[in-house]
Design a protein around this ligand. Structure first.
Ligand SMILES: [Fe+2]
Ligand SMILES: [Fe+2]
Length: 419
């Protein structure tokens, strides 16, 4: 079998079938894909959408995004329709922390180092004298068979390599694996330039958010970046399922997810205004309890200017994540700018914004399970969440949450402090 590397598609691939024509993508498809990623700010949502749009442009069955950090490429996002089904956000938590050096021995490493894209017909039949090899580990640990591959470096306008976009197994109109075309390579190279700039901006924004979380950790060690990531991921997972059940428009879903993840990461930022002795104390007197609860008000003050739609979500989450569905939570209606805010009667039911109702469940769950490595302990937490359904928590959301145990466990493993 002939293998094409870099230069051209072979005229005769030696395959025992004639590939069906592939759907041609036009310039307007490319522009539409670029538009779909330009408004996204959150790093995880952006990775998901870049990979999804790139796969739609090329008809790729699977794909991976590697992000560069400190001379290594981190396996940051994966999609695979054959292994995980067509839901393009499924199983994203499988990535873990594996990484490889940026050097010429791997396909992605070569693309990052050379700045060149690689187009390979069959990764098991690389016959040219090249320095890189295909790493078959995913194929070996699954039933998947990787064949055609297109790896494109993600290079910003300023020339910084932020990662590599790798697409796997182009499909023809009858779902048979065929080589990627030169047109695919051209289209994805153009798309990758925009994607790289968007990724660089969202990586910077994520770093700033994590630094805010680090500040918070000085006050309360439990409010660390792992907790922030887990709460945000649980929240997004819950929202996604809720929105899917209600048939929410995909564009709106993406925007809301984008806002929710970051807002959820900063749900307790207001604790920076509370003394560490109060936050870490075990039995609080009346005044200390008031000080502790004030973190919701301080959080609201951070985001009250509403200079962007994201601010509104962050405000809702900060002030509302300790409200209870039955009205027994705090702070209720309150003047957040008063010198000594007086908490009102707790808001109840759908008076509490959806984002806050979601984060309330995600935060409680993580607080219950975070420091116990034994997964069997999770059942106790699920039981407590179920018992509080309709009193503390929105019962519709609880029902969805309890149906997502596999994803929740995967999130815990992906953001485990003790790993
Ligand atoms: Fe809180
Ligand atoms: Fe928290």
């Amino acid at each position: 079998m002939t293998t094409t590397i870099l230069e051209s598609i072979p005229e005769d691939t030696g395959r025992d079938f004639v590939p069906c024509p592939r759907q041609k993508k036009t310039q307007s498809d490319l522009l539409a894909a670029i538009k779909e990623i330009q408004y996204i700010r959150d790093l995880d949502t952006l990775l998901e959408n870049i990979l999804h749009e790139a796969r739609m442009l090329t008809g790729a069955d699977a794909g991976t995004i590697y992000l560069e950090a400190g001379g290594r490429l981190f396996f940051s996002y994966i999609q695979n329709d054959t292994l995980f089904g067509k839901g393009h956000s499924k199983n994203k938590y499988l990535c873990g922390v594996s990484s490889m050096p940026v050097n010429k021995s791997s396909i992605a490493g070569y693309a990052a180092l050379s700045g060149e894209s690689l187009l390979i017909d069959d990764v098991y039949d690389i016959i040219s004298p090249v320095s890189y090899n295909f790493n078959p580990s995913i194929d070996q640990f699954s039933t998947y068979h990787t064949q055609s591959l297109l790896a494109v470096p993600l290079i910003t306008c300023a020339g910084t390599v932020v990662g590599v976009l790798q697409l796997i197994n182009a499909k023809d109109t009858e779902e048979r694996t065929v080589p990627f075309s030169m047109q695919d390579r051209l289209v994805i190279s153009q798309f990758a330039a925009t994607a790289a700039d968007a990724l660089e901006k969202s990586k910077l924004a994520r770093e700033m958010i994590l630094r805010l979380v680090d500040t918070l950790e000085f006050r309360d060690p439990r409010e660390n970046s792992c907790h922030a990531h887990r709460v945000a991921s649980y929240a997004v997972e819950l929202y996604e399922e809720w929105a899917g059940c209600r048939g929410i428009d995909p564009h709106e879903l993406r925007i809301k997810k984008d806002h929710l993840r970051t807002a959820a990461m900063l749900h307790d930022l207001g604790k920076t205004g509370v003394d560490a002795s109060v936050l870490c104390g075990s039995s609080l007197d009346g005044n200390e309890d008031y000080q502790n609860k004030m973190h919701t008000v301080y959080g609201a003050r951070f985001f009250h200017r509403f200079t962007s739609p994201w601010d509104k979500t962050a405000y809702d989450v900060a002030i509302g994540h300790h409200e209870h569905w039955a009205g027994t939570g705090y702070p209720g209606r309150v003047n957040i700018f008063s010198d000594k805010p007086v908490f009102g009667a707790g808001r109840r039911g759908k008076e509490i914004p959806l984002a806050a109702r979601i984060v309330a469940i995600a935060d409680t769950f993580d607080t219950l399970v975070a420091h116990n490595e034994d997964e069997r302990f999770d059942e106790g937490a699920y039981k407590l969440i179920a018992e509080r359904s309709g009193s503390w928590f929105d019962s519709e959301l609880v029902q969805i949450f309890l149906g997502q145990k596999d994803s929740l466990t995967a999130i815990r493993k992906a953001h485990c402090e003790t790993r």
